[in-house]
Design a protein around this ligand. Structure first.
Ligand code: XMP
Length: 322
């Protein structure tokens, strides 16, 4: 196994992060020289920190590709463009593939099949972009140390695990010996926004596993809006849970509006605390916040006529519904 060098001390302070950044900038420059590097930039902490390091080291020799699979949370693609293209001047290609993903997922209700389709379409879209760009020899990845430790087949990175061999890239993995908390310290030292550096975990298949059953555009949009409300209201709390989001099951129930009955979806609120995501405890959302979320979702999100709170613990209830 690829082992963390004993000379690399735990990074907890800004000063240590700055030293790490300087060392990595030199190492990247040495590895890459004048060549170009490609990076799939999701907007998650790891790939964002890798982008920050590479921009510092090689500027526009880095080509970032942000694939929007249409399953991102509200505001995420916009933030990637804002931070990297506008603020950091990155060479960023934005690919809106949301229609392709929706088409491929149409009518598919089995969770594992949904995950596989999302992973495969992601790789296809990314590889297509990579082939268009001539003369790229390196691929940067946001691999972190737990990925290496867990790499005995459990968790394949959906965005890099199966990159087609014919692309023939040499890898650049500047944070591969860091733990998540260290990556965050480095991200802060690089000047990335706090809400990007400290964002809660978000699964690779994104809202796809929270729009339960066969995904439709309408229900996905309702989910994105309701989820944004859940995050906005819980973000106001001092003591925030580890992960908090919204789920929309594939079912309808009766509502009443202007004296007429109609069928609508239910939004499910989920907020949990955990150390390692192996077990989890439902977080006690203050009632004031719960009512605020309920009122806002009913008022602001078309198609939803019921709000539920999933306060189950893991085990037996997994954090995600699919
Ligand atoms: P579960 O649902 O198994 O989730 O209790 C445990 C943690 O893992 C996250 N999760 C994923 N992360 N790709 C990821 O990168 C995935 O496919 C995936 N599925 C679940 C989940 O959000 C939770 O934090």
């Amino acid at each position: 196994m690829d082992k963390r060098p004993s000379s690399l001390k735990r990074i907890t302070t800004k000063k240590q992060a700055e030293k790490f950044i300087n060392d990595q900038v030199k190492a990247i420059q040495k590895q890459v020289g004048e060549k170009k590097v490609l990076l799939a930039l999701s907007g998650g902490v790891d790939s964002s920190v890798v982008a920050g390091l590479l921009i510092k080291a090689i500027g526009d020799q880095l080509v970032c590709v942000h694939v929007n699979h249409g399953l991102l949370r509200k505001g995420e693609p916009e933030q990637v463009i804002e931070v990297f293209k506008k603020n950091m001047g990155a060479n960023l290609i934005y690919v809106d593939a949301s229609k392709t993903f929706l088409k491929e997922l149409k009518g598919v209700d089995d969770p594992e099949t949904k995950r596989k389709i999302i992973g495969k379409v992601f790789i296809d879209v990314f590889a297509k972009e990579a082939k268009k760009l001539k003369g790229i020899e390196f691929l940067a990845q946001g691999t972190i140390y737990p990925d290496i430790l867990e790499s005995k087949g459990v968790k394949a990175h959906h965005n890099v695990g199966g990159m087609p061999k014919e692309l023939n890239f040499e890898l650049v993995e500047p944070v591969k010996y860091l733990y998540k908390d260290e990556v965050r310290v480095v991200g802060e030292a690089l000047g990335l926004p706090k809400n990007m550096v400290y964002r809660q975990p978000f699964p690779g298949p994104g809202l796809g596993v929270r729009c339960v059953g066969a995904i439709t555009k309408d229900r996905l949009e309702a989910l994105r809006e309701a989820d944004a409300i859940v995050r906005e209201e819980i973000d106001k709390l001092k003591d925030k849970p580890w992960q908090y989001f919204c789920v929309i099951p594939d079912m309808k129930s009766t509502g009443i509006k202007d004296g007429k009955r109609y069928m609508g979806w239910a939004a499910v609120i989920r907020a949990i605390n955990t150390k390692d995501a192996v077990t989890a405890k439902s977080y006690e959302i203050p009632y004031k916040t719960l009512y605020k979320i309920r009122d806002r979702i009913i008022k602001e999100v078309p198609g939803i006529n019921r709000v539920l709170w999933d306060f189950s613990d893991k085990p037996v209830s997994t954090i995600e519904w699919e």
